[in-house]
Ligand binder design. Structure first.
Ligand code: FAD
Length: 407
């Protein structure tokens, strides 16, 4: 079976590597002329590192990742700190795999290197897909440069503005959340010593929150913050704002937040859109994965990990049903749709929690945090995410095939 993948992001590359390791002929068509991920960091919980390790990338990933010892919550104005949960060795003890924070480009390069070791020419750059047709025998992709490519099946891994999704199901209809996200990456030597502790921090406040964690063995600090603000609606990773504009969004916040913002060269801003989960991802010989079918607000830090899980489960489903793509796609959707929909909904619920009006008053805020981040509630919110095992979820009617592609 020849498989075409549109989009060489984190999800597309994971699917490609999983499929190549099982002997499929795979071509990835990426619109960018150079293979690199746009800035910023990403958190990968144990359910994601489990897959990266199964794909043979353990050393490459751990050489460039940071491993937070835990996560903490801090109150926007007083800086009061609460423990959220422990990670580090505890993640490995509880879930079998580490919780890491990693620069998106480092993760992307590790996946691409894994692909190129097996198939040096599998990733085709500068190929922007503009259309897709299918017939009884296969799929034709059309590209902006006038070229086309034929395959047996195709996977749309082309992100939140997916051309493939639009071709299959029509344009989507997102709602602006009224929230803008800021992000920036800071060399650690620009920050005071106290920021070097390997702890992921989530500042919460009325109408906004701020997250920061270390990347690249502690050499970089990743900054992401969101603020409720109705006057910016462009959904793009690459629109630059200014430090002054970002600072103005966090007026009255703790000086540690201001120290971080002032250390960013260029903060980028992104309008957060809400989309309802799709019930169906497949049409005939074409299916979708990652943000193309279930973009989520980033408030559970699982969007990239979901793209990784999708890519891996899809590669297993195709391997276990190699002569029946319809069965493969059916099992893939059955394994993934409920979980990803639950994440989209769970991330939306965290919005009300992180920005609650109760946080404006320090005394009220303490009672609110104690109640909302009580240990059993935290476990309930995160445990089901971290324990998921994409290497063994059923992907065929024949249970004996379910371990195909697990390692
Ligand atoms: P993408 O990463 O968007 O990749 C799509 C690829 O397709 C790109 O390379 C693009 O160039 C290519 N492409 C697009 N159109 C075409 C075309 N027509 N032809 C050819 N190629 C095309 N997730 C986490 O797990 N943890 C986090 O901590 C986290 N933090 C986040 C913070 C913010 C502020 C935001 C907005 C998101 C965050 N996410 C996080 C989510 C995560 O970034 C996405 O869910 C993830 O990147 C989705 O991967 P993907 O492969 O589906 O899509």
């Amino acid at each position: 079976m020849k498989i075409a993948i549109v989009g060489g992001g984190i999800g597309g590359l994971t699917a490609a590597l999983g499929l190549l390791r099982q002997g499929f002929a795979v071509e990835v068509y990426e619109q960018a002329p150079v293979l690199r991920e746009v800035g910023a960091g990403v958190q990968v919980s144990a359910n994601g590192t489990r897959i990266l390790f199964a794909l043979g990338l353990e050393k490459e990933i751990m050489d460039v990742a940071s491993e937070p010892g835990g996560k903490q919550i801090r109150l926007w104005n007083t800086g009061r700190t609460w423990k959220l949960f422990d990670l580090g060795p505890l993640s490995v003890a509880q879930y079998g795999f580490p919780y890491i924070t990693i620069h998106r480009n480092d993760l992307h390069q590790a996946l691409a290197a894994g692909i190129r070791r097996i198939a040096p020419d599998a990733i085709r750059l500068g190929r922007q897909c503009t259309g897709i047709d299918q017939d009884a025998r296969g799929v034709t992709l059309r590209f902006a440069d006038g070229s086309s490519a034929r395959s047996d099946v195709a996977i749309g891994a082309d992100g939140v503005h997916s051309v493939v999704r639009t071709a299959l199901f029509g344009a989507d209809d997102p709602t602006f959340t009224g929230i803008v996200a800021w992000r920036g990456v800071i060399p650690i030597d620009r920050l005071p010593e106290r920021f070097r502790r390997p702890v992921g921090t989530n500042w919460i406040g009325p109408g906004g929150h701020v997250i920061h964690y270390l990347l690249r063995r502690g050499e970089l600090m990743n900054y992401v913050s969101v603020v409720e603000r109705a006057n910016w609606q462009v959904e793009s990773w690459s629109v630059a704002g200014t430090v002054e504009e970002c600072l103005a969004d966090y007026e009255g916040w703790h000086e540690d937040v201001h120290t971080l913002i002032k250390a960013i060269d260029t903060p980028y801003k992104w309008a957060l859109m809400l989309r309802q989960p799709m019930k169906q991802w497949t049409q005939g010989r074409v299916t979708l994965l990652g943000d193309a079918c279930h973009p989520t607000l980033p408030f559970l830090a699982q969007g990239a990990v979901m793209a990784i899980e999708d890519g891996f489960v899809l590669s297993r489903a195709l391997a276990a049903n190699a002569d029946d793509h319809a069965a493969a796609f059916r099992h893939y959707e059955a394994a993934r749709n409920d979980r990803t929909s639950r994440i989209v909904k769970g991330a939306e619920a965290n919005l009300g929690r992180f920005h609650n009006p109760a946080l404006s008053d320090a005394a009220q805020a303490e009672a609110y945090v104690d109640a909302e981040w009580e240990e059993s509630k935290i476990r309930q919110r995160y445990e089901w995410l971290f324990t998921y095992d994409a290497t063994t979820v059923p992907v065929s009617d024949d249970r004996s095939m379910d371990l195909v592609g697990a390692q």
